[in-house]
Design a protein around this ligand. Sequence first.
Ligand code: ARG
Length: 291
Amino acid sequence: MPPLRVPRPRRYLTCEPRHFDVSYAINPWMSEGAPVDTALARAQWESLVRVYRDLGHTVETVEPVAGLPDMVFTANAALVLGGKVLGSRFHAPQRRPEAGAYARWFTAAGFEVRTPVSVCEGEGDFVPVGGLVLAGTGFRTTVAAHQEAREYFGVPTVGLRLVDPYFYHLDTALFALDDENVAYYPGAFSPESRQVLERLFPDALIATLDDARAFGLNSVSDGCHVITSPRATGLAEGLTRRGYVPVPVELSEFHKAGGGAKCCTQEIRGSSDRRLRSSSSRGGAMEARCD
Ligand code: ARG
């Protein structure tokens, strides 16, 4: 019998794809550039939001800005831990103005925003797992930004080097299943970083290249339900075997820009999340059981 998984209610920030398009190429997915079906993108985004709400999560939206087609990828807005916000500084000039738009949203929502000095693409490259933050580098976020995050939040970061341009952000190659474990595609990482992952997560769910290319690792888990790509079928089987519940959501239009469910989702972790985390790790489930 797989272990019983317990979901934790989350607060997510998303952005309606009103101005979404592929009008430049800053990752290999975009260079392959099929035209975007705007109506379909909107319907897919709406179903993602509906799924989150049906699962009991809170979903908020930041107003999209014309001329910033990648603003739908709110995961790049920031890293938010314990109610503290480390904003973004984008690598690509085309995306740089997004940082101000996201920062204005956080400020209006009552958060103080620290703007990083170094290139830093938020949850695209930062994945909190329990008390650690896994921190990607190689294509976008710099090692200097890992240090900024470590000092700002006072949490240990673990640097991981990405080596395959199709997996240019950490969140395209790895996601947190819960506060203890991750799923990842080893081929996206340098041999040294693979060793680090093996040592930290000996029981990780290992994904295939096919699952990774299907955006299976760009998934969002609430500790039980995993919002994932319907084409990542091997991953779905692995999740089910371990007691997680895969919830497939088709986001094919966003794949054309190099993004999936996680890229479209920024998690806002408040100061009370720590308490929730410790109570659930003691087995004191204050939320519904996963079914
Ligand atoms: N076109 C965007 C870029 O290359 C996609 C960002 C996807 N976001 C993510 N969190 N992986 O920057």
